[in-house]
Ligand binder design. Structure first.
Ligand code: URP
Ligand code: ZN
Ligand code: ZN
Length: 484
């Protein structure tokens, strides 16, 4: 019997701290050796001239979630979303198990396990979405689920069917602090959005482009500051998700400067899309719906701030927020062919394009080092959500989740190559340099030259540990005995 099941030979191996030449020996799905010259393997893959990176981790992506009030249905289930993920070099996903109001949180989790059954081609964990923090959710269900490995959850400050108010956020943050879980917050001021939306629609300003008008920077800034204040009050670490606006980034930077454990996430749409991509104010074709998400894509000046937030470490992670909706009545246009912007499904697809876009515009241009790229797309996700060092790095004992990149490959992005079911990509026609050509999950080849080779259902569910990043600083504003 060979010593290794697989040896990846001669590549430039990059982690969040180093780049070095090494062969990688894989045994039983894990990295068993890193050395100059490994022999004796059942299969040898030549990676000379290539980069070998930890497979990406996408810790913010939506799969098979129920329609919201806009009626838009996710186009991707756990099979197509994970097939698309590996196409772009991602080997771990953390989608959401969303509680419906009135539903027990445990039932929601069971529901999502059923949806995933037999489908994911790569390993996955779940964040929870808490929409109904009843006494039994707070008293029993959530603590028990955290103990079972669901150690992070998302709260919404907007969307009628999802939002929780400040008092409910406090209840949940107190619990997160006590139990050691990570809280993710979607920060937008819901009343401002509703008020502006009503005024815009009364004035007949209903085109997709007005989606951005209804959610200006200040709406995100105010909610970001409020979320930070609630977290500071209870000394509970939080992560602000899909941050888009300059002023929101300033709030996070300010909080970090005060020593608070406030983390930030951004997404490719805030680097590569702008409000013009949602069309013109007088458009009649509703074409811009394809780029509508919340918060909305903004302008060049905001994009520049997002880049700086990545460069300077204000953001810990870049996720896709893959929210796949078709451009028909199953998806964005569930309410009819040209509905007002407030009735169009929010979200853009991007699980496959996340890494190549950042690599091309970040690493190739010199804005980000390769180490920053690996940290932002893999290692920090694992650390934030209790999956490190099993996932997110190349080290002895880690899972052999590896993406071999051709850094010189020039690719024109087109939806057909992305293996998802949305029917479009907002990045159609964009040229990038650098693309993952071969991907392994636990040592098994799952993608080669754009073709997904993994069997449906081979992905394993993972329980997350309590993350180090969620440990409080120990300096609450009020006596923690009051909410322990
Ligand atoms: O527009 C977005 N971001 N849709 C997905 C849901 C969410 O808020 O992340
Ligand atoms: Zn959100
Ligand atoms: Zn999302």
């Amino acid at each position: 019997m060979a010593r290794f099941d697989l040896v990846v030979k001669g590549g430039a191996v990059a982690t969040a701290t180093d780049t070095f030449r090494a062969d990688i020996g894989v045994k039983d799905g894990r990295i068993a050796a890193l050395a100059d010259n490994l022999e004796d393997a059942a299969e040898v893959v030549d990676a000379s001239g290539r980069l070998v990176l930890p497979g990406g981790i996408d810790s913010h992506c939506h799969m098979d979630q129920p329609p919201g009030l806009d009626g838009a249905r996710n186009a991707d289930d756990f099979l197509s979303a994970t097939q698309s993920a590996v196409t772009g070099g991602t080997t771990t996903v953390i989608p959401f198990a969303q509680q419906l109001r009135g539903q027990s949180l445990r039932a929601a989790v069971e529901d999502y396990h059923r949806k995933a059954e037999g489908k994911p081609v790569i390993d996955y964990a779940f964040h929870l979405i808490v929409t109904d923090p009843t006494p039994s959710v707070l008293g029993q269900e959530l603590p028990a689920l955290i103990g079972d490995g669901y150690t992070s959850f998302k709260l919404y400050m907007t969307y009628d069917s999802l939002k929780v108010n400040d008092r409910q956020i406090l209840d949940i943050l107190a619990l997160a602090r006590r139990e050691g879980a990570m809280t993710m917050i979607h920060a937008e001021n819901t009343d401002c959005i509703e008020w502006l939306t009503e005024k815009l629609e009364l004035a007949g300003r209903v085109q997709p482009r007005y989606h951005a008008t209804s959610r200006p920077n200040v709406v995100e800034r105010e909610a970001t500051h409020r979320a930070i204040s609630l977290a500071e009050l209870l000394d509970t670490p939080i992560l602000l998700v899909h941050v888009s606006a300059k002023e929101a980034i300033e709030q996070i930077h300010w909080a970090q400067g005060r020593g608070l454990k406030i983390y930030g996430e951004t997404c490719p749409q805030y680097l590569f899309l702008s409000e013009e991509d949602m069309g013109g104010f007088d458009d009649d074709d509703w074409h811009g719906a394809r780029c509508m998400c919340s918060p909305p894509p903004r302008d060049k000046a905001n994009q520049e701030f997002v880049w700086r937030g990545l460069e300077q470490g204000i953001f810990s992670v870049l996720s896709s927020d893959h929210s796949p909706f078709t451009l028909n009545k199953q998806g964005k246009f569930a309410q009819g062919p040209k509905p007002p912007f407030s009735k169009i499904g929010n979200g853009v697809p991007g699980i496959a394009t996340r890494l190549p876009l950042l690599f091309s515009e970040g690493v190739q241009t010199g804005r980000l080092s390769l180490q920053q790229f690996v940290a932002l797309t893999a290692t920090n996700h694992a650390k934030l959500y209790g999956l490190h060092p099993k996932k997110g790095t190349i080290a002895i004992g880690a899972d052999a989740d590896l993406a071999i990149w051709d850094k010189d490959r020039e690719v024109t992005i087109t939806w057909k190559m992305l293996n998802d079911r949305t029917g479009y990509t907002p990045y159609e026609g964009r040229r990038v340099k650098g693309w993952p050509v071969e991907v392994f999950s636990r040592g098994e080849r799952v993608m080669r030259e754009g073709e997904v080779t993994a069997k449906p259902g081979r992905g394993q569910f993972m329980r997350c540990a309590l993350p180090e990043t969620a440990v409080p600083r120990g300096r609450p504003v009020v006596d923690p005995a009051l909410f322990a």
